[in-house]
Design a protein. Sequence first.
Length: 528
Amino acid sequence: MKSFVLLILTTTGLLAALAPPPAAAATTAAGRPNILFIMTDDHAAHAISAYGSVVNQTPHLDRLAKEGVRFDRCFAVNSICTPSRATILTGKYSHINGVTVFNRFDGSQPTVAKHLQAAGYHTGMIGKWHLGSQPTGFDHWTILPGQGVYFNPTFLVPEGKTQIQGYVTDIITDLAIDFLKNRPTNQPFFLMCHHKAPHRSWDPDEKHKAMFAGKHIPEPATLRDNYDGRTDALHENKQRVFYDLTRNDLKLVPPAELTGQARNQWLNVKPTEVEIEVNGQKKVLTGDELNAWKYQRYMQDYLACVQSVDDNVGRLLAWLDAAGLRDNTLVIYTSDQGFFLGDHGLYDKRFMYEPSIHMPFIVRWPGVVHPATTTDAMAINPDFAPTFMAAAGLPVPPDMQGRSLLPVLQGRTPADWRHSFYYRYYHDPGDHNTRAHYGVRTDTHKLIYFWKKDQYELYDLRNDPGEMHNLYNEPAQAEVIAGLKTELLRLKHDLNDTDQWALQPPPDPGVDGPFPDKSTNQPAAKKP
Ligand code: CA
């Protein structure tokens, strides 16, 4: 049976070499798969019904999960847009690829797009890029400048700029399909299709806005979290649904007489009372009634943007089907990080808490991935580039810090697969006053260190998946904490993240023996 399959592949390869393949050829040169990487911006896994969402239904993403594998533990190692994109391209952590915050990506460094292009892939980048420099390693690119806009967006192309009328999610899908239609069919393709949605300011198109207008969205259990027992970080942060959404976020309409700067000032106010109309009657909302209304307004718009993404993923999958490309195309759906959907009272991301770092990651690859499966294998975004390399049959460059997920995709998670990963967020104080921190997440626990304040949080994820109970100061946890600090240090060392370690060695609270020797700034010897 095995040799029969090989014979078919060989024959197809010969035919491809002898004559131009038909336009709808399902296989590609040497049988290498096409790779379609669809990534959204800020789409939380808990707003996908395949992940158990209680707030929306996403039939097209669910279809992908039914036909592929759903990763339940995929994480961003620095949960913010630009660094995640640089990590995905390079397979490296922020301190190695140089993009820790919003700094410009140095496009002269190796990327997975360059490697695949050199190996004969036709490479494309469509949509949100957000890396400051021009794309390199792509045969074709059309990108949004910076964050881009939702309506009638301008795009950057190698020749300059072009503005396209319409809604950004529809347009990016159209451009992705154009790329696929116009590709050379004697090469496999690698396409990064990056949506702007559902990033703030959450501007839906009319069709999807209507689907969520007035719809009641269930509140998360931790919406009114009062941060008891947590460090200063949550208390001081400014990404709170009740207090930090602006009139612009809430889609309140400025008085007609306001123009220019006065209009912008009005829109940037974080309102403490709002006048709405109910059944033709005006009503002023304050206090918790206003808080509940703000959550609804935020989520209605966010979910309407997600619904357009889902429709457009469906459109792209249908196009692959019609073109006969389904069977030899590896399709991935992910987001550059997770997002708080009112969890802990928050919107946005940045923090090392689960809703922020958890990336949706769904992979369909007929004949390789078993349909309708899930995996708990811990994946991180530095793994994506090595995975693309391995899927293309190429060696993983030794300087990539992630690990190929290919065996996990094949249902054979290696015995030595990781059980922990290192996280680090740099932007401080940043747009939302979220303090810099780093930490380690294992299968069962999470230790977060807000190093500028020398404050720790410890969570037992088995008993407290919502991360409400900081156990760091409980004497019974001393051994767990010591073990996590050892692991944190091991990961930092292995990943060559030595700067904070050297500059700001954490103090010795009695249980952090493995932290650096302050006299030499060298790591202390590991306990046997
Ligand atoms: Ca993002």
